[in-house]
Design a protein around this ligand. Structure first.
Ligand code: AHR
Length: 652
């Protein structure tokens, strides 16, 4: 009778039955946590791609500061008598320097640096200029230093005086009186008849992350910190492998005084054997010490990855013979000593000399990036044996190759089990529909084998030129419910790549875009942040019609307990174009316990092709309170929405 009444009421209100939203009933089992969510679950993968390190996170503003690029004036415009030399250099591993003479033929002699697609200068901010210099002149030599905006007017000026024929470091602070994204740095000899040698010409903002002199760009570092990452994987990516073995990432070159870290080609200087970015090199100023320090700063477990003796298998595909692999393995062992060894060890002492006598407490290491075939497995086995022997507590991360499935993947997974690595790094750059269809990917994974590190993934919407749009981010949010539900198998997950310079990128989509002045967080950034800030500690079983919610009725959901606060956390995605009504019952709450309050943080947009833009982020998290009632809640999910619900539970 009641039923008939409600139908006639609906009809009277002009609402057809077909259009009436069905209510979906979900249950959360609060009493039976299914798995522990590791603190490493949501993390960050960092690589110097898209000018991510030099020109990005590393706050150095001068490109080719040591004149070591194969063409030593790349980045520089010399004027007057300027010669590159290497006799009696200041730094033996970076021997080039410039000899500048003001011979009076021109008014001045010197050189301009145009930074990384310009130098970003902000009005009122201070910049630390430094140079190593010497002069063979009998009297002191003046060096003028200027910041020049793109119009070329009103430079900010400073001056140094160089004395003597020994290399010395000279520093001055310049305070900007203008704002411009494409400034230049000019260093010149204003006086006739003077000459000087200069090397390692450097300019940093004074305001770096934590105000460190060899520091990180503060806004980018802060944005990474704000993700609340549990793990930090570095330094790549393909740059670990290099275009060739000679240009692989060698961590030992990236520690010690920055001035003497030898320049290395960046693998992203090439794209598919084509030299697309000839000015892309690695200064290694952001090196392994800085990466460990940053991991510590952001509260993430460091995950360094080392070359396994294979150069990029997409590029030169060079292979170190097995009987010549020992130095590569030694590098991995020494890296563990650098991170964890006490200050009496060779590499622990280097760490201490760099200012960090305490160990970095490294717990895991990646061997190889996304390698494949038998050549990889043979080398991985040798690394694994040596690392296990010397450091049995260190977890080893192997690879399942560059794809989420297929021949390489199918060969590698059983091999990873046989070799006995602790985690397998999976990579997938796929269409949004793949992410939606794979929300249940890990439900059937072997619970007894190595665990999964979803080390590189991103939704690539080819229908929108792989832009960072809402469709891509929403599909990632949906997929990630499956990562969390399977936290007993998936211990870590990191989106890739992290950073991209608007004017110098090789790969899209990326999580954070930036120019020389500011940054833009993509919808994918906010998805990652909402997961990272709301990871929870234990998975709670959540079912709809007795099944995990992996896309039925366009819904994806997972539930967790935060044992630190006692809150229940739900993550629910509605990929449909209509509202969805959901009732959620919480089973297993103590008799007198109830849900007392709750709020929702959500991302929503009616357009799947909507994007954020620089200076105008429209897809951002918003919050709203939700209605709760005793042991259940009723939610009205907006179309195309991702919500995180934090529910407070009374104890009695
Ligand atoms: O994230 C960009 C690249 O994708 C990584 O360097 C590599 O591991 C993968 O091919």
């Amino acid at each position: 009778m009641k039923y008939r009444t409600s139908i006639s009421m609906l009809l009277a209100a002009g609402i057809s039955l077909a259009a009436t939203a069905q209510t979906h009933n979900m249950t959360v089992d609060v009493a039976n946590p299914a798995a522990t969510i590791q603190p490493t679950m949501y993390g960050v993968f960092f690589e110097d791609i898209n000018f991510g390190a030099d020109g990005g996170l590393y706050a150095e503003l001068v490109k080719n500061r040591s004149f070591e690029f194969p063409q030593p004036f790349v980045g520089w415009t010399p004027f007057g008598d300027v010669t590159v030399m290497d006799e009696n250099p200041a730094f033996d591993r970076n021997p080039h320097y410039v000899h500048v003479v003001n011979d009076g033929r021109l008014l001045r002699a010197g050189l301009d640096n145009d930074g990384y697609r310009g130098i970003g200068i902000k009005n009122g901010k201070e910049y630390r200029f430094s140079v190593y210099a010497r002069t063979s002149d009998s009297r002191p030599v003046k060096i003028a230093v200027e910041l020049i905006n793109s119009a070329g007017d009103n430079p900010v000026k400073g001056e140094l005086t160089v004395t003597g024929n020994k290399w010395e470091k000279y520093t001055l602070i310049l305070k900007a009186n203008y704002t411009d994204a494409h400034s230049r740095l000019r260093v010149l000899l204003p006086d006739k008849g003077t000459s000087v040698d200069m090397d390692h010409i450097s300019l940093f903002p004074v305001d770096t992350w934590k105000n460190r002199e060899n520091g990180l760009r503060a806004d980018l570092a802060q944005a990474i910190y704000d993700l609340n990452p549990g793990v930090f994987r570095f330094p790549g990516g393909c740059i670990i492998e290099g275009n060739s073995l000679a240009t692989r990432y060698q961590w030992k070159n990236s520690v010690g005084p920055v001035e003497n870290r030898p320049l290395n080609e960046n693998r992203w200087n090439y794209t598919f054997k084509h030299r697309a970015f000839p000015d892309y090199f690695q200064s290694l100023g952001l090196g392994f010490f800085e990466y460990f320090l940053f991991s510590e700063d952001i509260g993430a477990e460091p995950l360094p990855v080392v070359s396994c003796g294979l150069s990029c298998q997409y590029e030169s595909n060079e292979v170190v013979p097995l009987d010549e692999l020992e130095p590569y393995i030694q590098d991995a062992l020494d890296l563990i000593e650098f991170a964890n060894g006490d200050t009496t060890t060779v590499w622990g002492k280097v760490r201490a000399q760099m200012g960090h006598p305490e160990p970095f407490n490294l717990k895991m290491i990646g061997v190889g990036n996304e390698q494949w075939n038998k050549v990889y497995v043979e080398r991985l086995e040798m690394f694994t044996k040596a690392i296990r022997e010397k450091y049995p507590d260190i977890k080893i991360v192997g690879s399942s190759g560059p794809e989420a499935d297929g021949e390489k993947f199918d060969y590698l997974w059983p091999e990873m089990k046989r070799v006995g690595v602790d985690l397998v790094d999976e990579h997938y750059y796929k269409e949004p529909n793949w992410f939606l269809a794979n929300a249940g990917r890990y439900d059937s994974y072997d619970r007894k084998g190595p665990k999964v590190f979803a080390g590189e993934y991103a939704s690539h919407d080819h229908s929108a030129n792989k832009h960072n749009n809402w469709r891509a981010a929403l599909s990632e949010a949906a997929f990630m419910t499956g990562l969390e539900r399977n936290a007993d198998v998936v211990l870590m997950a990191t989106y890739a790549p992290l950073l991209a310079h608007f004017d110098a990128w090789q790969w899209n989509p990326d999580m954070i875009w930036f120019d020389n002045m500011q940054l833009m967080r993509t919808p994918s950034y906010y998805v990652q942040q909402m997961y990272g800030m709301n990871a929870g500690t234990d998975v709670l079983p959540l079912l709809m019609d007795g099944k995990p919610v992996t896309g039925q009725e366009n819904l994806y959901a997972t539930a967790a307990l935060d044992s630190n606060t006692g809150e229940i956390i739900l993550k629910i995605v509605n990929t449909g174009d209509k509202n969805a009504e959901v009732n959620i019952n919480f089973n297993g709450l103590a008799k007198k316990s109830k849900i007392v309050s709750g709020y929702c943080t959500y991302l929503q947009n009616d357009s799947l092709i909507a994007e954020n833009s620089l200076g105008n982020e429209t897809i951002i998290p918003r919050t709203r309170p939700i209605k709760v009632s005793d042991k259940e809640i009723a939610l009205d999910l907006q179309p195309y929405s991702f919500g995180v619900y934090r529910l407070q539970v009374s104890k009695k």
